[in-house]
Design a protein around this ligand. Structure first.
Ligand code: CA
Length: 228
């Protein structure tokens, strides 16, 4: 999952980016309203976290401009305490939800999960591919009932694969979804993560779930039992 954070206060931006990265989210930061408006035409995001008080353009202006441009990405607005008017204006400008500052990080995570589920491919909190299962609320992954320990990045890649079963996902698609703009796509980091993922999810099992599609990318093969 890739998130755009539009926040001008460095301490808050840093705190949120660090926390979300630890959870496996890829985070890009815009520090003013104009930058926040430009990012969604450069990259595709799953959720946009938008502060209300921003230099150049405020959060409401950014949100209505994004909606005018046809950007449908869920927007979570960060508003000041007691500013009821801000929340109303925020929702009216096209935001999907708001969070009052200061907020608990666990609440931010829960709201991001809830908003990301609005996207058709992100609906459903339990995913199943053959005997591989993932619960996106508890972040538990298991194969044939045995729990598997994944790193945050491995989890993010596997979730992306599981939400697009049988589709060939190129390294660029994976990079753009799981990493932020600073990621060097020319490196073999993705291949290394895939190799580790395979080692973990295929351990002790005959069937290889993650297939390499030569010259194209990777595909998560759906088991015969859950083919439509
Ligand atoms: Ca601010």
């Amino acid at each position: 999952m890739r998130i755009l954070l539009v926040e001008d206060e460095p301490s808050i931006a840093d705190f949120v980016q660090r926390g979300l990265s630890e959870e496996g989210y890829a985070v890009d930061i815009a520090t003013d309203g104009e930058e926040g408006l430009q990012w969604p035409s450069v990259a595709e995001f799953d959720v946009i976290i938008l502060d209300v008080m921003l230099p150049v353009l405020d959060g409401m202006q950014v949100c209505s401009a994004l909606r005018d441009r046809g950007v449908r990405t869920p927007v979570l607005m960060l508003t000041a305490k007691d500013a009821i008017e801000d929340r109303v204006r925020g929702l009216d400008s096209g935001a999907d939800d708001y969070l009052v500052k200061p907020f608990a990080f666990s609440e931010l995570l829960a709201r991001i999960r809830a908003l990301s589920r609005r996207h058709p491919v992100m609906q459903g909190t339990s995913l199943q591919t053959g005997d591989l299962a993932m619960d996106s609320t508890t972040r538990e992954v298991s194969r044939a009932g045995l729990l598997i320990n994944l790193t945050a990045k491995e989890y993010a890649i596997l979730e992306y694969l599981m939400r697009h079963p049988n589709q060939v996902l190129t390294r660029t698609m994976i990079a753009e979804h799981v990493w932020n703009y600073d990621f060097d796509n020319a490196s073999n980091v993705i291949d290394v993560h895939i190799r580790n993922l395979r080692r973990k999810i295929d351990a002790g099992s005959g069937a290889t779930l993650i297939q390499t599609v030569r010259g194209a990318g990777y595909r998560l093969r759906r088991g015969r039992e859950d083919r439509p």
